[in-house]
Design a binder for this molecule. Sequence first.
Ligand SMILES: N[C@@H](CCC[C@H](N)C(=O)O)C(=O)O
Length: 282
Amino acid sequence: MQPIFFTKLSTIGNNYLILNYLEQPELSLDYANLAKHITNPRTGILADGIIILLPSELADFKMIIYNRDGSRAKTCGNGLRLIGHYLLEIERFNQPQITIETDSNVSILTHEEDLITVDLGFAHSLIDPCHPLSLKSQVTDYCGDIETPYGIWQADMISMGNPHFIIYTDDDHEAFEEEMERISKNYDVNVGMLTVINPNELLLTTYERGSGLTSACGTNAAAAVASAVARRQVNPYELITVHLPGGDLYLKWNEEAHLLATGHCTKICCGTYFFEGEKKDF
Ligand SMILES: N[C@@H](CCC[C@H](N)C(=O)O)C(=O)O
């Protein structure tokens, strides 16, 4: 039985267990298996995933993300801000900005008091990965057709380092939950149903790859803003409020066409989980 010390943090209801291996990387652990067990709502600590915090040779710190089902994620917008919040608390975020390596790239974090902003960089098209979205992008550069029981849907196929489909609708998002799950599993992507409220406000529901419906997904919100800016549905260079089931996230497409996300983070609890390896569920 291996004791795993964790800290659980949440931002607008998207919550992760942070395992701090900065001082002594724990390399022998099967993190994928651990993620499945430790996040189990009945026999573990309910969470959307785990984040392993490690030293980095490329950046100030490194983080590795596992979803609830044990799949590894390339990056995590909310997780990056949660790591910033955690590093502030343990007094390892003493400079104006820090850099975090993920499986996808290096992201920059800044803070004002305890409000963390993450620069998620460019949005890219999943259709043509060499195509960063810009105000000159054409819809055909990033939008593709997908087959659904409702007919052919159009999805904006966007990478924020991890893969996203953004689907526009004016209908109630709840009606599409099953279909979002099917699309997520078929295409191995995070799926966002998006409604444009006005040029500074969006409504978004996300079915996350590997974690299911969550209260909020930072990279999906960034992909939604990138799509909506490219389609001239929301204003570039201004703060866009994205209303998510767990609350509001504030995003901006800046002058460099980078996506920035800001929102509050909360520490929920910390403790020790006793990992038995392969365990039987009830
Ligand atoms: N909740 C995250 C995204 C986590 C990873 C995602 N499920 C994936 O597998 O790509 C966020 O806030 O970005």
